[in-house]
Write a protein that binds this ligand. Structure first.
Ligand code: 5GP
Length: 179
């Protein structure tokens, strides 16, 4: 275990099993259709890489990067696009792949933004959900794990750009956040 980690919330094994299940469910739901997976950088990259290898439907992907609100402006809901999609999604079956839904503000913005581009369908898949923190209503179609209101890192999620490479989801020791 990494020395900065206080506890492992979700092990590699638990994540692998759940991602496999999600892949099967999504493959069933989309069956003969092609799915355009839209990964939200950077947090969702590892989840996306594992998820798409569990999809049996024809899949292609694109990426978006959005700025998360800075600390202290949590309720502003201001989201900025840092990197937009490469191609049009008009008429496509789009599946947004997110790392975590917290307040829901980022996802609400993304859904509204992508809906305005006229996809054939738009669904959301998130690895983690912290429902206690939700301030806006967003409908998530596929959720990996519902977790308590704790700040987590690993499997793509960072603290100050670190810990994304941990193969599990973990909570850090308090002294790490105090820097
Ligand atoms: P929301 O807009 O739903 O409040 O926030 C979503 C974004 O906040 C996520 O995509 C993620 O970047 C960040 N975030 C929220 N909770 C956590 C957490 O527990 N750990 C990490 N590393 N990022 C989080």
């Amino acid at each position: 275990m990494h020395p900065d980690v206080q506890k492992i919330l979700l092990s590699e094994e638990q994540i692998r099993e759940r991602v496999k299940e999600l892949g099967q469910q999504i493959s069933q739901d989309y069956h003969a259709r092609e799915v355009l997976v839209v990964g939200i950088l950077k947090g969702a990259m590892i989840f996306l890489a594992d998820l798409v290898r569990n999809l049996s439907v024809s899949t292609y992907f694109d990426f978006m990067a959005v700025s998360s609100y800075g600390s202290g402006t949590k309720s502003s809901g201001a989201v900025r696009i840092l990197k937009d999609l490469d191609k049009s999604i008009e008429g496509k079956h789009v599946l947004i792949v997110e790392d975590i839904v917290d307040t829901g503000l980022t996802l609400k913005y993304l859904v509204e933004n992508l809906k305005s581009r006229n996809p054939e369908s738009l669904k959301i898949c998130t690895l983690l959900d912290k429902p206690d923190r939700r301030t806006v209503d967003v409908q998530v179609d596929y959720t990996g794990f519902t977790i308590p209101n704790e700040f987590v890192v690993g499997y793509g999620l960072d603290f100050d750009e670190r810990y994304r490479n941990l193969p599990y989801i973990a909570v850090l020791k308090p002294e790490v956040y105090q820097g």
